[in-house]
Design a protein around this ligand. Structure first.
Ligand code: MGD
Ligand code: MGD
Ligand code: MO
Length: 783
């Protein structure tokens, strides 16, 4: 084989090896670079690592498959990446492969006992495989037969019994083709990872500021006087954001961190690319740290609004931007009336913060002429998330923090193209404007009724109302909530199709017939086209659209590019006689971009502008012209009732989060370095006083029970770890704890699962024999 020897596979996790050390108080530094390089070389060897990392986030190179944080449009550093970006690349570049031999060797029954860590570490999928009803193993299938099988199943079904899931790594051109395929079939069943991620942000921002995206640029982050980092762990999930925060601090800006966990990256950053970061003490980041209770942010931002209005009353004309409010917004009077009084006792209970702490931070807001609120999943995955974000918008509107340098709203997006996918029309609730533009361009009739989002898809599986489930990337079975319900439903689907780069759990809990279609990744060369190598494009968290092109030789010659896979599924479904020229688009991505230009606003001259040095920025009315394209043409103040999470007696609030060594459902390794947890993942971080009150010891093995409206869900065998989290608020890793999230535990309006809003209690772990005996005696008594 041309790449030489494959690296040895890894051993599976042994939870008994769990190690716990003191959490760190600073992020990055030289250690981060060393870890990244070590991992990369182990997976891909020295040459391939050098070839890939040198092109990461460079012009003409590929976009990092890690997060959606933007690249600088100024001079780029030779190494414009972070530890976790490098790990994401290594994960994709690995020389290990998973082909016919692997599938012949391992049965589904055997694979279902493996952890996600083991599965993902087996390597890159190298050929298409199928498993049919009654079979125990996947086996090879030709691409032609695979596409025919998909065509047959889709034609034998009805449009709304087909579901098309998208994970946010999917590039613009692929996403555009994919939604066109779904709509050509006649369904808007286009759930995506965004439904489980920042949907609450879109649901709050669209009605209040007229666009479901952030309103800041990277320069704004540098120029802000004050930045709030709310419910976000940038040291792990958006490490390049730390450099931007550092630049802001260097210019005199201040940072406030709001988080139940004292995450290392919020406190001190050692920039491994500067001398002071290597040998000096690094840069302190957060000037104030609010260790808020999980779910307390709505109360916090109501209190901040109250305090700003109070400060304005004391010194009229100094705090609130009245001319902006009068000219550009609606609803201020009702908001002011609602925030006039505040119940401080309840605010302290809801937030776990003291009045003094909140007043101090309000004072910082009063003093700042340009503030930015950054947030991520800490505020999007709770029942009242949409109201929380609306409350943040209220506070920004009060001080006119839109459309001026250094100010605005900054939802920090997750997957590297999750924002672009929505722009391209991956949305279960499309508007008429998009659909009529698609119809006019392609001569099809898109369905007008809305489709399923992620949770609704799971519910449709459960009702046996889905015949075909196609997954463009991602790992739906572990990403969504209520794992057992979801997996039972997935297994009843007629055909599941997984377009993937690596094996994952969704392949194992498959439909009655199932296909795994291996595809090229971001770093792979895509050159098997009549006109030669093709490139794709993505949109980052700040609405910059730019190209991405992989250059590495794919690990297998049997991989197809994603746009090709979509086009061939469509051809097999519709036959040659279809108004859309699928093949023409798959052969030349410029043709896709020409269509996008005619269908979507903001993509004028797409093919030329995507080839420019820094790409181009999509229109953003709040940022560009301080205007708000809402239904009333104004920014909207809103009034929400106070809401926070109150667990029943004997329960704690449980949030789930990512370790430093994972990418969503894939694990790079087992070292959550900053939190000091390694070689084990089934842990519950718990405040020492809560641990004592619950009557357990540090490291004790427990079974976890979550309760939602009287219904319990269980997940067994977690170790309690005393940890400095906010009191009353425990934390576990995603996806191990997803089984605990009841499917109806969702955010209102956005329908995002309540991944950071579970009520849990602990029971001493029942050993395997005890549990078996109990279930036997239950069965006996049932008989
Ligand atoms: N390396 C790496 N990078 C990633 C990812 C990855 O898995 N690995 N995932 C990508 C994706 S898809 C996404 S969406 C982003 C996710 O980026 P993050 O949102 O940073 O991800 P989480 O790990 O879920 O962390 C949520 C943070 O919110 C805090 N939190 C929990 N509950 C609350 C609350 O009620 N209030 C407040 N104020 N804080 C709270 C948690 O303590 C934690 O620090 O990262 C992206 N980047
Ligand atoms: N409890 C809990 N659950 C959560 C969250 C949480 O915070 N807590 N976060 C939610 C969030 S924010 C998100 S975004 C979702 C993530 O949900 P998903 O996006 O569905 O999950 P990922 O783990 O990112 O998907 C990993 C798989 O993608 C495939 N893949 C990787 N690269 C490529 C590629 O280039 N092309 C293709 N076709 N496939 C590729 C690989 O096969 C890999 O196994 O999970 C959600 N679930
Ligand atoms: Mo995400």
């Amino acid at each position: 084989m041309k790449f030489g020897k494959q690296p040895a596979p890894v051993a599976d996790i042994n939870e008994d090896n769990l190690e716990v050390h003191k959490p760190k108080t600073e992020a990055a530094g030289v250690k981060a670079v060393m870890v990244a390089l070590e991992r990369a070389v182990a997976q891909a060897g020295v040459t391939r690592t050098a070839q890939s990392l040198l092109r990461l986030n460079q012009r003409g190179g590929f976009d990092c498959p890690g997060c959606a944080w933007p690249e600088s449009d100024k001079k780029r550093k030779a190494a414009e990446f972070c530890e976790n970006g490098a790990k994401a690349v290594a994960e994709e570049n690995t020389l290990r492969t998973v082909g016919a031999e692997f599938w012949a060797k391992h049965s589904i029954a055997e694979l279902s006992e493996k952890t996600e860590y083991w599965l993902g570490n087996q390597g890159r999928l190298s050929e298409p495989v199928v498993i049919r009803e009654g079979e125990t193993h996947y086996s090879p299938i030709s691409w032609n037969d695979a596409f025919e099988l998909i065509g047959e199943h889709v034609r034998a079904s009805t449009p709304d019994r087909c579901v098309f899931y998208t994970s946010g790594r999917t590039a613009n051109e692929t996403a555009f083709l994919y939604q066109l395929f779904a709509r050509s079939i006649g369904t808007n069943n286009l759930p995506d990872c965004s439904n489980m991620c920042h949907e609450s942000s879109g649901s709050a921002l669209n009605p209040t500021i007229g666009i479901g995206k952030g309103t800041v640029s990277l320069d704004d982050i540098h120029d802000a006087e004050l930045i709030f980092v709310v419910g976000q762990n940038p040291g792990t999930n958006h490490p390049r954001m730390l450099s931007a925060l550092k630049e802001c601090k260097d210019k005199g800006g201040k940072v406030v961190a709001v988080n139940p966990l004292p995450e290392a990256g919020l406190f001190n950053f050692r920039d491994p690319q500067t001398l002071s970061g290597v040998v000096g003490g690094g840069t302190p980041l957060a000037d104030e740290y609010l260790q808020i209770k999980v779910g307390g942010d709505l109360a916090l931002f109501q209190a901040l609004g109250h305090l700003l209005l109070e400060a304005e009353e004391k010194n009229p004309g100094t705090v609130v931007d009245h001319s902006f409010i009068a000219a550009q917004t609606d609803g201020f009077d009702a908001y002011r009336d609602a925030r006039r009084t505040l119940d401080w006792d309840e605010t302290e209970t809801a937030t776990g913060l003291t009045r003094e702490q909140i007043e101090k931070v309000a004072g910082m807001l009063v003093a700042s002429k340009a503030s930015i609120f950054c947030w991520a999943l800490g505020v999007t995955q709770q029942p009242h998330s949409v109201d929380t974000i609306k409350e943040m918008v209220n506070v920004l509107l009060l001080q006119g923090n839109f459309g001026k340098p250094g100010a605005g709203a900054c939802p920090v997006r997750g997957h590297s193209n999750v924002q672009g996918d929505r722009t391209m029309g991956i949305w279960e609730k499309p508007g008429e404007k998009l659909l009529s533009a698609i119809d006019a361009e392609f001569g099809i009739t898109s369905p007008r009724h809305h489709g399923y989002d992620a949770v609704e898809s799971m519910e449709a599986f459960e009702r046996d109302e889905v015949d075909v489930f196609v997954s463009m990337g991602g790992n739906f079975s572990l990403a969504c909530s209520d794992t057992e319900t979801l997996e039972a439903g997935m297994q009843r689907i007629g055909l599941t199709v997984h377009i993937s780069t690596k094996p994952n759990r969704s392949h194992i809990v498959h439909g009655r017939t199932s296909l795994i279609l291996p595809t090229l990744g971001r770093t792979d060369k895509d050159d098997k086209h009549p006109k030669g190598a093709q490139f794709l494009s993505v949109e980052d968290s700040m609405s910059v659209v730019h190209s991405t092109q992989g250059r590495l030789t794919p690990v297998s010659e049997h991989l197809l590019a994603e746009p090709v896979i979509v086009a061939r599924m469509a051809e097999a479904t519709f036959g040659a006689d279809h108004p859309v020229d699928w093949r023409g688009m798959a052969e030349d991505y410029d043709v896709i971009r020409d269509h996008i230009e005619r269908v979507l606003p903001g993509f004028e001259d797409f093919n030329a502008r995507v080839r420019t040095k820094n790409g181009f920025v999509l229109p953003n009315p709040p940022r560009d012209t301080r205007s708000f394209a809402t239904d009333i043409g104004r920014g909207r103040f809103t009034v929400s009732p106070l809401e926070y999470l109150t667990p029943p007696k004997g329960h704690l609030v449980l949030q789930t989060m990512r370790s430093h060594d994972q990418y969503n459902t894939t694990f790079y390794g087992l070292d959550d370095r900053y939190r000091g947890i390694s070689d084990g993942r089934r842990v519950i971080l718990i405040h020492p006083e809560d641990l004592a009150e619950a009557g357990f010891q540090d490291r004790e093995l427990v079974d976890v029970v979550s309760t939602f409206q009287g219904v319990d869900r269980r997940a067994d065998k977690f170790r309690l770890v005393a940890y400095p989290t906010a009191k009353g608020c425990a934390a576990a890793y995603f996806p191990e704890a997803n089984a605990l999230v009841h499917k109806e535990n969702v955010a209102r309006v956005s329908n995002t699962p309540g991944f950071k809003a579970m009520f849990v209690r602990f029971e001493p772990h029942k050993g395997e024999t005890a549990a078996a005996e109990e279930s036997a005696s239950l069965q006996a008594s049932a008989v």
